[in-house]
Design a protein around this ligand. Structure first.
Ligand code: LUZ
Ligand code: MOS
Length: 750
């Protein structure tokens, strides 16, 4: 089944927020944001801007009729700054004008006086100064104190992984239209329609039923629109509330880069203890998360870091602590992997350090510590249906690791100015929102009287092809052809109280709800069909647009059953609610069973470093991935390839840079490089691991959105190995991304 959007995508006909026909009286919004990272606002002079012809009005916190508060987990973030600013790019006011050009002109006419306060840009500085978002969290298993003293080897180190810009092709944006009696309709490019609805209602001081949020699709989200699509929609909603005219606001790329948060940079300190036979006996980490100026999703992201601190390894004694450090950067936010990658990078660095010091290959340590059935994670969940070893050994065998390694070493023997490196990277990623109450979804199915079907869910289509998967589920359960099924927009009036499309869980949660609703409809239709066929319900099934009796095709069509159901006044609509069973987590003990299941896999990465220039190419990434029983391998392999490229970008070239004054320096695509087709791996080979799948995955097809991103970590260590092959004096820094500049310095350090 092809992605159902591919036809309109390639023709440029797919609709995004900016494609909507806007009303003739619609106005354009533009944010005025802080030109300093930290300070007291002494005064703001809007008079010249307000006087400009075509400016309708400028909104500030004074125009908020409800609460000037958008913090989701912790109420620590005003929609518009009041008397202080805490990051460069923090919204202060919202200009509404006839055109974007006028709004921009007006923005340049605003004068602000700020008394500057000290700026913190790094997590380490914040920790020293005691600047935190909330209290630290710790997970522990066994007893690390005692076990280190019994270890043959103990090593300590520091690591850093930088942030990452989401760079969704479609920037943040919204279009808000007034309805009757103080209601409003928001079309938003958000992963979280309910989050937008709830926040708008709170800020406007109106009930949620007066706010309808509609999402057609997103031109990418990657976590950047889980929480941070909200402020723009709410600003426009405030303006609409006052003006009673439609307001549209699309951020341009520069504004989006400057004002939105990114993946969290982490500084981490590890201590790892191993036995003589290389078993990791004890592992401690202190993670310093650079949260930015407000909580946003940082506490949840910090938690996922702890959940992934031991990756796909079993460690009997673990102590991990995470500090969410408050700095003067834009609030950092969800990004594919959600703190998991940051956690997994650290244990891979610890293993690399141990391997270097002991004088063995990294993979020797990795291999003997892979998770096995019934091993306990530090948070109490017992691993089951573990595919860590199976994916590892399948990769070694299917891709002929020894041969690949021989080729690398032969190449390195023959070449002076080019060196190759090879690495293995296993992954284990937990599937479910770590916050158990968020794991639910609903679907609303209408069968129309002509036999066609409309499916609404809480799932947001953002290019991950979730709508295609939802269509497949409906089609399979109802036994009808794909062209009979349409996926509707995601709308809060049809499916309410949704969790954001996130955590790789959207297809599982919403798909299960679609499955349940369709099964209920089928139960009802079987009653109708049994009368038409004078047969028992239990003998009937629906397939290929026909009713089957004892698995034999009858001449009764789907459409005939629907027509009959109408005559009999049978309900042809159904709503279903799904909540993930089994999962639970007790925060007071930091123990439980938070994940429905884990996704596993192993990647082999081969790179070539140009040792004169410090640049490198990714020759190949060869992956054995645990898809369960993939319901759509084309889509799923697409997710693996996209996530891999994104992970490699994070680890090798995407370098977010803020000045000491808190200004974003990598503020354009000329200074922030993401992988393009030239820097993508020359070869990506993905082999599905043969497994049974998991019943909590939709049609046993495991979640695929985030897990493969972490294969990208393999690129870091492959590059490092190539650098070591050139320069015996190279000292590992465990400092990502491993940019060509850092590679070059590493190649020639003495
Ligand atoms: N979002 C969220 C996520 O709110 N909770 C999660 O656990 C999560 N995990 C991954 C990505 N987004
Ligand atoms: Mo996300 S990082 O919005 O699943």
């Amino acid at each position: 089944m092809k992605n159902i959007d591919s036809f309109t995508h390639v023709r440029g006909e797919s609709l995004f927020v900016d494609d909507l026909m806007i009303r003739q009286d619609a106005l354009i919004g533009l944010c005025y944001d802080s030109p300093k990272a930290h300070g007291k606002i002494i005064s703001v002079d809007y008079s010249k801007a307000e006087a400009l012809e075509g400016v309708e009005r400028i909104f500030t916190y004074k125009d908020v009729l409800g609460e000037n508060q958008i913090g989701g987990i912790i109420p620590d973030e005003p929609l518009w700054a009041e008397d202080e600013v805490h990051f460069w790019g923090q919204p202060i006011a919202f200009i509404v004008a006839k055109t974007e050009a006028i709004a921009k002109k007006a923005r340049a006419l605003i004068n602000i006086e700020i008394e500057e306060l000290p700026v913190i840009t790094t997590a380490k500085e914040a920790k020293e100064k005691g600047s935190f978002i909330n209290a630290p969290r710790s997970f522990s298993l066994g007893n690390t104190n005692d076990s280190f003293s019994n270890c043959e080897y103990v090593f300590e180190g520091e690591t850093f992984s930088n942030g990452q810009e989401h760079l969704y092709l479609e920037t943040q944006g919204c279009y808000v239209v007034p309805q009757e009696n103080g209601s409003i309709k928001i079309t938003s490019s958000t992963q979280g329609p309910t989050q937008v609805q709830k926040t708008a209602a709170k800020v406007l001081g109106i009930p949620m039923h007066k706010v309808e949020v509609d999402v057609i699709r997103l031109g990418g989200g990657f976590g950047g629109k889980e929480d941070q699509a909200t402020p723009w929609a709410v600003m426009a909603a405030v303006a609409v509330q006052h003006l009673n005219k439609p307001v549209k606001y699309m951020l341009n790329r520069h504004d989006d880069l400057r004002m939105t948060g990114k993946r969290h940079p982490y500084s981490s300190f590890f201590k790892i203890g191993l036995t003589k036979d290389l078993k990791i006996k004890a592992f401690e980490v202190e993670f310093l998360q650079n949260s930015g100026a407000a909580a946003d999703l940082s506490p949840a992201i910090a938690e996922r870091t702890l959940f992934h601190a031991t990756n796909s390894y079993f460690v009997p004694n673990v102590k991990t602590t995470v500090y969410s450090c408050k700095t003067n950067l834009p609030p950092n936010t969800a990004f594919r992997g959600f703190g998991g990658p940051q956690g997994m990078f650290v244990i891979e660095c610890a293993i690399a350090k141990a391997a270097d010091e002991i004088g063995v290959d990294r993979k020797e340590i990795q291999e003997v510590n892979l998770l096995a059935e019934n091993d306990e994670f530090s948070y109490g969940q017992i691993a089951n249906e573990v595919q860590a070893k199976k994916s590892w050994f399948t990769a070694k065998e299917k891709f002929q690791l020894e041969k690949l390694e021989q080729e690398v070493s032969d190449f390195n023997d023959k070449n002076i100015h080019f060196k190759k490196g090879i690495s293995l990277m296993p992954i284990a990623f937990g599937i479910s929102f770590t916050n158990t109450p968020m794991n639910h979804a609903r679907a609303l199915i209408h069968i129309y009287q002509d036999g066609s079907v409309g499916v609404s869910t809480g799932a947001v289509e953002m290019g991950q092809s979730v709508n295609t998967k939802m269509l497949q589920v409906a089609q399979d359960v109802l036994g009808i052809s794909a062209d009979k099924v349409k996926l509707e927009t995601t709308n809060t009036t049809r499916v309410a109280n949704t969790s954001p499309s996130a955590a790789s869980s959207t297809a599982d949660l919403n798909g299960k709800a679609v499955e349940m609703a369709c099964n209920s409809l089928i139960d009802r239709l079987k009653v109708v069909a049994s009368k038409l066929l004078s047969s028992e319900e239990k003998n009937l099934s629906f397939k290929d647009d026909f009713v089957f009796n004892d698995d034999k095709k009858t001449d009764v069509t789907w459409n005939a059953v629907i027509a009959q159901a109408m005559l009999e006044r049978v309900a042809l609509s159904e709503n279903a609610h799904y909540a993930t069973p089994i999962i639970h987590f007790d925060k007071s003990k930091e123990k439980g069973h938070p994940f429905a299941y884990h996704v596993y896999g192993t990647a082999i990465t081969i790179v070539t470093v140009d040792c004169l220039r410090g640049i490198y190419e990714i020759d190949a990434v060869k992956i054995v991935h645990d898809f369960g029983k993939s319901m759509n391998l084309g889509i799923d392999i697409g997710q693996v390839e996209g996530a891999l490229a994104q992970g490699i970008g994070w680890m090798t070239m995407e370098e977010i840079s803020y000045g000491k004054d808190g200004r974003l320096l990598s503020n354009a695509l000329s200074t922030y490089k993401v992988p393009d087709i030239f820097s993508a791996p020359k070869i990506v080979e993905t082999i599905p691991l043969e497994t049974e799948g998991n019943d909590m995955a939709i049609q046993k097809s495991k979640a695929v959105g985030e897990p493969p991103l972490m294969y990208g970590i393999g690129a870091y260590f492959a590059i490092e190995q190539a650098v070591k092959a050139f320069n015996k004096n190279y000292k590992p820094r465990y400092h990502a991304p491993f940019t060509p500049e850092k590679v070059l310095m590493g190649l020639y350090e003495k």
